[in-house]
Design a protein around this ligand. Structure first.
Ligand code: SAH
Length: 226
């Protein structure tokens, strides 16, 4: 079974966007995953298909309506849908590689993209939306966050990455940041490739990479070592 992504958004034109190219794009064409972008506007209320309104209690900005969101969600994810329902949100669980792996192992995801000030809380409750953040900063909409999430998931799907091994040694997979990489030319502006990497001694190369990864992690992300 292929991984099925449905994205509820005011801007369906943003999808598949960058995910239509390169690795993810080829996998999309190959049917390893699928993507349907659900236009929230279609479910808007009245002649003007209103999707938002002013916040109850006052304040700046607009809030996406619960009834409009629920109708859009129900159109692609009925109650029996086994896929997790996610809401991209700066208040959510911060995305990490473990969470990405969990999602990639499942049947797919329904992803709701917020806009403006956010969404009516009752839509989150009534449709069991799990809030997911891509980091401690604020975007203008959930779409770029959804693209980030899907990119991270799709590259892990079976058959997407050429080399089955490239995945295991990457940053975070071993709990460490990745070691540095080098390739030709041997000499670049007077800088040589570290001799150990061209020594042909695989054991030494492995040890060097491990040491480098540990040193980098200690220097840049000591929190990962805890
Ligand atoms: N008023 C909200 C921010 C709204 S930003 C607050 O202070 O929490 C508009 C939309 O962008 C959000 O509804 C969400 O879908 C998306 N968004 C913004 N930052 C995000 C982040 N770090 N991760 C995931 N989605 C984000």
């Amino acid at each position: 079974m292929s991984f099925r992504a449905s994205v509820v958004t005011l801007f369906p034109e943003m999808f598949p966007g960058p995910l239509g190219l390169s690795l993810a794009g080829r996998a999309l064409e190959a049917g390893i995953w699928s993507l349907d972008a659900v236009a929230l506007r279609q479910f808007g209320v009245g002649r003007h298909r209103m999707v938002d309104d002013t916040p109850a209690g006052g304040g700046a900005g607009m809030v996406l309506r619960a009834d409009v969101l629920a109708a859009a969600i129900d159109s692609v994810s009925p109650a029996w849908d086994a896929r997790p329902r996610l809401l991209m949100s700066p208040r959510g669980r911060v995305l990490d590689q473990k969470f990405v792996r969990e999602l990639a192992a499942g049947p797919g995801a329904l992803i709701v993209c917020g806009r403006f000030e956010g969404v009516d809380e009752r839509a989150i409750e009534a449709r069991d939306l799990v809030e997911v953040s891509i980091g401690d900063f604020v975007l203008s909409g959930g779409e770029p966050a959804a693209l980030v999430l899907l990119d991270a998931i799709v590259r892990l799907l079976p058959g997407v990455m050429g080399n089955a091994e490239s995945g295991e040694y990457e940053s975070f997979e071993s709990g460490l940041l990745e070691h540095p990489h080098y390739t030709r030319p041997q000499s670049f502006e007077g800088r040589e490739i570290p001799a150990v990497l061209t020594s042909g001694d695989h054991g030494k190369v492995e040890r060097w990479r491990r040491e480098q990864a540990e040193a980098l992690t200690r220097a840049r992300r000591p929190d990962l070592l805890d």
